[in-house]
Design a protein around this ligand. Structure first.
Ligand code: GRF
Length: 218
C-alpha cells in the first residue's frame, strides 16, 4: 500500500482550488488525503465542497479567539491532532500567524494569482492588468511570515491582452492554478522539493519550475 500524504486545507471562499485538489486525489494523480478543511468564514462554499466529499470541515473564526497568536496556535493544534503533514492555503484570505508557521515551517503552501514577486497581496490579477504587463500567471510558494514572500515552488505563465478585464485575466490564470497547485503538492508528496535558502530545488527529472502555456483562446 502506498503511503498517502495527509493534507489540511485552509480556505475562505469558493474553494475551486480545493476542488482541484480533491479531483486530483480522486483521479489518482495525487497520492494524498485531505484530513480536514478549516475555514475562517462560515459561508465559504469550500465547506459545501468538503461535505460533498465526506471531508471534515471546521469553522474557526478569529473573532472567537483572544488574539492572532491564539487563533493560529489553535489551528496548528487541530492540524497536528489529525496528523496533517502539509498545510494547503487554498484561497485563505489572511496572513498566517507565527505559531502556525513555526510548527509547519516549509510545510505550508499557498497559491497566488500573479507571477511573484510581482503583484503580491490582494487582487494580483487586477494589479497585473492595470500595470500593463504582457505576461502574468500564478505562483505556488511555501509560506513564510511575509505577504506572498516565501520560496517559490512552481509558476505558470499566461498571456495578457490589451483589452483584458480583471475577470477575463482571472479566469485564464485560474485554469492554470488548477493545474499547478495539485502538481506542486504531488512533487512534495514524492519528496522532490528541497528548500535551500529562498530557493526550492525540484529533484528528479523536472529541471524547470515554470510552465509556459500556449496562448489560450479568449
Ligand atoms: C485564487 O485566485 C487564488 O490564487 C487566491 O485566492 C483565489 C482562491 O480561489 N489565493 P478559490 O477559492 O480557490 O476558487
Amino acid at each position: 500500500m502506498t503511503n498517502l500524504l495527509t493534507l489540511g486545507v485552509l480556505a475562505s471562499g469558493r474553494g475551486s482550488n480545493f476542488q482541484s485538489i480533491i479531483d486530483s486525489i480522486e483521479s489518482g494523480f495525487l497520492k494524498a488525503r485531505v484530513a480536514v478543511l478549516i475555514s475562517d468564514n462560515p459561508w465559504a462554499y469550500a465547506i459545501e465542497r468538503a461535505k460533498r466529499h465526506n471531508i471534515e470541515a471546521l469553522i474557526l473564526r478569529p473573532r472567537d479567539f483572544t488574539d492572532k497568536d491564539s487563533y493560529y496556535s489553535h489551528i496548528a493544534q487541530e492540524l497536528e491532532k489529525r496528523g496533517v503533514e502539509l498545510v494547503i492555503l487554498a484561497g485563505f484570505m489572511r496572513v498566517v500567524g507565527r505559531p502556525l508557521i513555526e510548527r509547519y515551517t516549509n510545510r505550508i503552501m499557498n497559491i497566488h494569482p500573479a507571477l511573484l514577486p510581482s503583484f503580491p497581496g490582494l487582487h494580483g490579477q487586477k494589479q497585473a492588468a492595470d500595470y500593463g504587463v504582457k505576461i502574468s500567471g500564478c505562483t505556488v510558494h511555501f509560506v513564510d511570515e511575509g505577504v506572498d514572500t516565501g520560496p517559490i515552488i512552481i509558476q505558470a505563465a499566461v498571456p495578457t491582452y490589451d483589452d483584458d478585464t480583471e475577470e477575463a485575466l482571472s479566469k485564464r490564470i485560474l485554469k492554470q492554478e488548477h493545474r499547478v497547485f495539485p502538481y506542486a503538492i504531488k512533487l512534495y508528496s514524492e519528496g522532490r522539493l528541497r528548500v535551500e535558502g529562498r530557493k526550492v530545488i525540484i529533484e528528479g527529472k523536472r529541471k524547470d519550475s515554470v510552465i509556459i502555456n500556449p496562448p489560450l483562446e479568449k
